[in-house]
Design a protein around this ligand. Structure first.
Ligand code: GDP
Length: 206
């Protein structure tokens, strides 16, 4: 998601409450609802399909805003998870090295991580450990829910097998999904799983 051409925002995203888990009462007419806000951060090398996965999941309901100067795409998506109204704050971080310094500012308060590699690019798989280390170093806590996506499974030139990726994810305690942002394979499943796990953690603390 590194190029500024990706900033096809329809409206400005709302940055309020984008950090820690928060619950806000929103007055909509006579309706007063508790809304959970959760922060999801995507990580992985540039070009593996992070932005496409998020956009595929969110479709036209996604309100995003690309901040070119810092290489971050931010968006909000309302969803309902286990009876809770949830506003998902997506922070889609650029994988490109030139954004290293600013990227580090966005790890704090992350509750769910979408860790993505491209199954046709071995180096993008090997880079996952580095992403984890960077994220942990700059504030992603032990309580955070991680999912690993092997993306672009629609392509034939595969370099990373499902077994190898699944074993690695398991060894880290993460769940592994094989996805195609292009064809939609498992995209809903990944996000549903991630949001549910985060919401369960957040609500169990209250
Ligand atoms: P990011 O830098 O990780 O956010 O990657 P993007 O989402 O911008 O995708 C990079 C390129 O990969 C784009 O040209 C996408 O069209 C392509 N792409 C993303 N996901 C898939 C996929 O599942 N299958 C295929 N074949 N191409 C994909």
């Amino acid at each position: 998601m590194a190029s500024s051409s990706k900033g096809s925002s329809k409206k400005r995203g709302r940055a309020g409450g984008a950090g820690a888990a928060s619950s806000s009462a929103e007055n909509e007419g006579t309706d007063v609802k508790d809304t959970l806000r959760i922060k999801i951060t995507s990580m992985g090398e540039g070009g593996v399909g992070k932005s496409c996965l998020i956009k595929r999941y969110c479709e036209e309901k996604f309100v995003s805003r690309y901040i070119a100067t810092i290489g971050v795409d931010f968006g909000v998506k309302p969803v309902e998870i286990d009876g809770h109204d949830v506003k998902v704050n997506f922070w889609d971080l650029s994988g490109h090295p030139e954004f290293f310094d600013v990227r580090n500012e966005f790890y704090k308060d992350t509750q769910g991580v979408l860790l993505v590699f491209d199954v046709t690019q071995q180096h993008s798989f090997e880079a996952l450990t580095g992403w984890m280390e960077e994220a942990k170093k700059y504030g992603v806590g032990r309580d955070t829910v991680w999912v690993v996506c092997g993306n672009k499974v629609d392509r034939s030139q595969r370099q990373v097998s499902k077994t190898v990726a699944d074993d690695w994810a398991k060894s880290q305690g993460f769940k592994y999904f094989e996805t195609s942002a292009k064809e939609g394979q498992s995209v809903d499943k990944v996000f549903q799983y991630l949001f549910q796990k985060v919401v369960q953690k957040v609500t169990s603390r209250h």
